[in-house]
Design a protein around this ligand. Structure first.
Ligand code: MTE
Length: 331
């Protein structure tokens, strides 16, 4: 497999997140509910919801047999993982609704197979690839990662996936590929939440190419030894363990290599609250709450409050990616 050497991007080349909106006193959920109802939608560009146009279903389906994988203990934390129940019944997946229980309760009829992913932009091998094409050459790994939501809750999850860089390298990104953009399926028939203007659908996220090519970044297809359930982002999601959970986009249908920093959903919706980088940082508070501590789910009704670690505990592995970057400004 061709080894991809990613371009080094100087901090000066990175676009600043515009800081415009005044901090709001409402919770994120309340603010979203208001947006969905049309109130306060001034910060969202008006848009119409399009029907899905690009997805062409491949003829084969994903195997119903359990995934085969090897445990990567060297890339895993030693903390005890949360249970399947804890990981799959308290979710953020606004395409199914705003409540934490909506994704598990409302995603039953979602069809994650057949599935394909469009590869686009600055690469030698763009095209549409079935999920099977994408997974076939790779061995699945289990990695136990910490997961920290920007809302100050956290958990520990045994994910199953493939290092994203191994997959991306197959499409041969060129030297103009400085960022990678990811897009979730747009399909209001399957995603009831996309019928309301919560954010500018479809959900879009992005990484700098060196972040995408970092060995910790995982293209994820399962958890707890099973294929991803719908509420967790079936069949294919991103996991970037040193970043707030909103970077971990679910149900991906498009990956695009770009020269310019992609416009990402939460950054567009509330740029003063959600930066492009979104590195977990206890020293930089969200405008409406502290990020110094987090509630570890599973430890009783409210969960144990524990200190949040810089880069979610992965500083040794990733801090060097941001040398010279002002993390207060590029939050
Ligand atoms: N991806 C999509 N497409 N839609 C979403 O609403 N929510 C994000 C992220 N990925 C979201 C998404 C947020 S805010 C978080 S915290 C995580 O998914 C939650 O992942 P989990 O439900 O598996 O814990």
């Amino acid at each position: 497999m061709a080894k991809y050497i990613y371009p080094k991007i100087p901090p000066s080349a990175i676009e600043a997140a515009p800081i415009e909106l005044a901090p709001q006193s409402r919770s994120r959920r309340e603010a979203l509910a208001a947006l969905a109802a049309g109130a306060g939608a001034a910060c969202l560009a008006p848009h119409s919801i399009a029907q899905p146009t690009s997805l062409r279903a491949p003829s084969s389906t994903s195997s119903p047999t359990p995934p085969r994988f090897r445990r990567n203990t060297a890339m895993s934390v030693s903390e005890a993982p949360n249970s399947w129940e804890e990981i799959t019944t308290y979710n953020n997946f606004y395409e199914f609704g705003l409540d934490k229980g909506d994704p598990s309760e409302r995603s039953g009829s979602f069809k994650p197979t057949p599935w394909s992913v469009e590869i686009a932009g600055e690469a030698a091998k763009p095209g549409r690839y079935t999920l099977e094409d994408i997974l076939r050459p790779h061995a699945l790994e289990e990695r136990i990662y910490r997961f920290r939501c920007v809302e100050a809750w956290s958990r520990v999850v045994p994910w199953l996936g493939i290092p994203l860089r191994d997959v991306l390298a197959r499409f041969e990104p060129n030297s103009r590929a400085k960022y990678v953009e990811f897009t979730t399926l747009l399909d209001p028939k399957q995603f009831p939440g996309q019928r309301s203007r919560v954010i500018d659908w479809p959900y879009v996220e992005g990484l700098r190419i060196d972040e995408a090519m970092h060995p910790l970044t995982l293209l994820t297809v399962g958890l707890h030894g099973r294929w991803l359930p719908n509420q967790s982002g079936a069949p294919l999601r991103l996991i970037v363990p040193w970043k707030y959970g909103f970077k971990s986009i679910k149900s991906i249908v498009k990956i695009r290599f770009t020269e310019r920093q992609p416009a990402t959903s939460w950054n567009k919706a509330a740029p003063d609250e959600y930066g492009f980088f979104a590195n977990v940082n206890p020293a930089v508070d969200h405008p409406r709450w502290s990020q110094a501590k987090e509630r570890r789910l599973g430890g009783g009704l409210f969960g144990a409050r524990v200190d949040t670690l810089p880069f979610n505990g992965y500083a040794n592995e990733v801090a060097s990616l941001y040398r010279g970057l002002d993390l207060r400004r590029f939050y």
